[in-house]
Design a protein around this ligand. Structure first.
Ligand code: SF4
Ligand code: SF4
Length: 345
C-alpha cells in the first residue's frame, strides 16, 4: 500500500481525469418525511453533482454489478435454424466515486460467490473487472454495525481509498492505475504529522459506533436456536415484502425466466434479483412451497447470511450497513433479531 496526501481541491482534478468513463457516485435525493437527507448512487455528469459528505445511500451499489433485471441471452429463428446471442452487458469502464468501506467489503463478499467460486458468473465478472473504485471514509449512522462485522474499514477491493483530514485527503493507493492518476494531480508523501492525524481520525471514528451485534459463536448459537420462538416472533411481524434484500449490498439470489414471442420467432432469457423473504421464493414445480411461512423465510435469510455463508467462506454475508433495518416497515433489524435469538431481549 502506498500513501499520499493531497489538497481537497485536487479531487475535482482527479474527477476530470476520470470523466472519459462513466462515473457513478452518491447524489442527493431530497429528504425523507422526517427531514432526514436521502442519498442514492447514480451516474453523474459533473463533479458538483457528487454528494461526497453523504451519510448512507438507501440502495447499495450492487445494481451496477448485479442489475435488478438483466437479459442473459436472446434467441431467433433463422433460415438455417436458430441463433443464440449472448451479451454480458458491459459497455464502458465504470468509475465509482466515493464508495464507503462497508460497500467495498460487500463487493468483496459477492466476489467470493460470483467471481471466485467453481462456476464464476461472467455477467458479474465483466462488470466487476471494469470497475475503478475510489473509496471514501464515512461517518457512522445510528444503524451501522459494520464494526461488529469487521467491515468498517476496507483493506482490498478498491483502487484508492480517501480519508478526510480536514483541508486534505489521505489516500491509500492499491492499484497501479490509481498511482498513475494521482501522479497527475498535486499530491505528496504524508508527513509524520499527517500520519498521526490519519491515525487519530480513524481511531476517533471507531469510537462513534452505537449499534452492535454480538457475533461470537454466532454460527453455533444459530444451530442451537433453530427452533427458537424468536423466529415466529419476528416472522409474524415480517410483511414478506423483500425490501431488505432489495437494499442489501450482499443479497444476490435471483430467478431466471424464459420468454417466447407469440410468433415463435424470438425468445429471451432474463435474470431478475429475487428475495428469500418473498412468498414464492421456495416454491417449486408442482406447487409445493418449502418455506410457506414468513417466519421460515426470514429465518432462512439469517441462516444464509450468518451461518451457511460463514461455513462456506469463513465470513458472514452481512457487512452491517443497517440498510435492511432502516428500510424495513416492520422495524426488523439484524441487531434486534440476533439479540433475541441469543435470548438477550
Ligand atoms: S424483514 Fe422487513 S423488509 Fe424484509 S421482508 Fe420482512 S418486512 Fe420486508
Ligand atoms: S443484511 Fe442488512 S445490515 Fe447486513 S449487509 Fe444486508 S442490508 Fe446491510
Amino acid at each position: 500500500m502506498i500513501f499520499k496526501v493531497f489538497k481537497k481541491q485536487e479531487l475535482a482534478r482527479l474527477y476530470e481525469l476520470l470523466a472519459v468513463n462513466v462515473i457513478v457516485g452518491p447524489v442527493s435525493r431530497g429528504n425523507d418525511r422526517n427531514g432526514k437527507p436521502l442519498y442514492d448512487f447514480d451516474v453523474v455528469y459533473d463533479f458538483d453533482e457528487l454528494a461526497l459528505d453523504y451519510t448512507q445511500t438507501v440502495h447499495s451499489p450492487k445494481r451496477f454489478v448485479l442489475p435488478y433485471q438483466e437479459t442473459l441471452s436472446t434467441f431467433a429463428i433463422t433460415r438455417e435454424g436458430w441463433e443464440k446471442h449472448v451479451d454480458i452487458n458491459v459497455y464502458r469502464p465504470l468509475v465509482f466515486f466515493g464508495m464507503h468501506a462497508c460497500d467495498i467489503n460487500a463487493l468483496n463478499k459477492l466476489d467470493l460467490v460470483l467471481a471466485q467460486s467453481t462456476y464464476p458468473n461472467p455477467y458479474y465478472m465483466g462488470k466487476r473487472k471494469n470497475l475503478f473504485i475510489i473509496g471514501l471514509d464515512c461517518n457512522p449512522e445510528p444503524q451501522c454495525f459494520c464494526r461488529s462485522m469487521g467491515t468498517d474499514s476496507a483493506i482490498h477491493g478498491f483502487d484508492v481509498f480517501l480519508t478526510d483530514l480536514g483541508g486534505k485527503y489521505f489516500a491509500e493507493i492499491l492499484s497501479a492505475t490509481a498511482f498513475d492518476l494521482l501522479n497527475q494531480i498535486t499530491c505528496k508523501d504524508p508527513s509524520a504529522k499527517e500520519l498521526a492525524l490519519y491515525k487519530h481520525v480513524t481511531h476517533e471514528k471507531s469510537t462513534r459506533y452505537t449499534a452492535t451485534v454480538d457475533t461470537s459463536d454466532l454460527t453455533k448459537i444459530l444451530d442451537l436456536e433453530f427452533e427458537s420462538p424468536a423466529w415466529d416472533y419476528w416472522g409474524e411481524k415480517c410483511l414478506s415484502c423483500g425490501t431488505c434484500a432489495n437494499v442489501c449490498p450482499t443479497c444476490y439470489c435471483y430467478g431466471v425466466e424464459e420468454h417466447v414471442d407469440l410468433g415463435l420467432q424470438h425468445a429471451s432469457k432474463t435474470k431478475s434479483l429475487h428475495s428469500c423473504n418473498l412468498i414464492d421464493f421456495a416454491k417449486v414445480a408442482g406447487g409445493h412451497n418449502f418455506r410457506p411461512t414468513s417466519a421460515s423465510r426470514l429465518k432462512y435469510r439469517y441462516y444464509h447470511k450468518h451461518r451457511g455463508f460463514v461455513e462456506a467462506f469463513e465470513e458472514s454475508l452481512c457487512v452491517g450497513c443497517g440498510r435492511c433495518g432502516a428500510a424495513c416497515l416492520a422495524d426488523i433489524t439484524p441487531p434486534a433479531v440476533i439479540a433475541s435469538v441469543r435470548g438477550k431481549e
